[in-house]
Design a binder for this molecule. Sequence first.
Ligand code: FEO
Length: 395
Amino acid sequence: MGKKLTKKVTWVGKVDWTLNTFHGEELSTHKGTSYNSYLIKDQKNVLIDTVWRPYDKEFVRNLKKEIDLDKIDFIVVNHGETDHSGALPELMREIPGTPIYCTANGIKSLKGHYHADWNFVQVKTGQELKIGESNLIFVEAPMLHWPDTMFTYMTGENILFSNDAFGQHYATELLYNDCVDEAELFYEAMKYYANILTPFSSQVIKKIKEVQSFNLPLDMICTSHGVIWRDRPEQIIERYLSWADRYSENQITVIFDTMWDSTRRMAELIAEGIRNIDKNVTIKLFHCAKDDKNDIVTEVFKSKAILVGSPAVNNGFLYSIGGMLEMLRGMKFKGKKAAAFGSYGWSGEAVKQIGEHLSASGFELINDGLRLTWVPDEKAAEECVLFGENFAKTL
Ligand code: FEO
């Protein structure tokens, strides 16, 4: 059912409590998510975005309780990805001629997804649509996080409909940022940024500065996932500016996989060495094959330096480390230091290869890594601790 936000604006989305992965299996969503859609009733009636396809019938059924569908004058599609556009086919079957406002790339992505020749209206940054007392102002936001993305600002109500930006995969019936657990909310907002928006950080800063230069009053940011920012909406904008600017905390993250525990033991001894030098730094260890990959990426996002370890296997490294290195490459992290480590029996290529991957992915490799044969004995254990101490000293 719809939830009224203001006299003119009603939330008509879907809270998805049970979703635990998104983008197929690419992104974990431990806290579920929501697909936020908004209905504006002014002299003209406007629907902003829809919901994911599995909920299309439920969405249209509920929307009919809020408005006679024939009375929807315009549909705004801020982004064509199917979690927001998925109910369009079901809706357009009922109101096929309704104009759909979106960017040029939005038209391409909607046509690419649905192969339908709907009544598209292409919009550009600064273009306004008068809907009565309020106007909608469109702002193209390419690569936040797709080429088709745009924001829509509603005058009078002072609402920014930001789509994915400022969102979180966080299911709640409470709707607003000031109604939910703050630590949970900011963890999910950071995880969302770290895993989805990090590669586009320079565009994030540019776009926020551009929108700020319009000097538009802001009462709410209505995202397409998670809560609506109504209590100090500028706080999530400030976080984004900080996250987009080579973000790090005083943290070192150690990621490893292990076959017979030697590389695990190395990870722990290296951590001990780091602690000998720096009593304040947060050190976190993750078993890459067992821990959640997106939580690990979030911890890397928070880290000033990382260590990645794998035993050698078949002249390379373990599968889970391969997946993680590929994820880290895609994130295009900046300003982070790194080193590799691992145990081996005979060939021992893993450490060098991991180092090369990290270096090619933008990490500053601060040494040649640490390779040890077989199971660490007392002397090897001391080497690991010393490696950790030297690593900490270079930060
Ligand atoms: Fe929430 Fe890019 O879709």
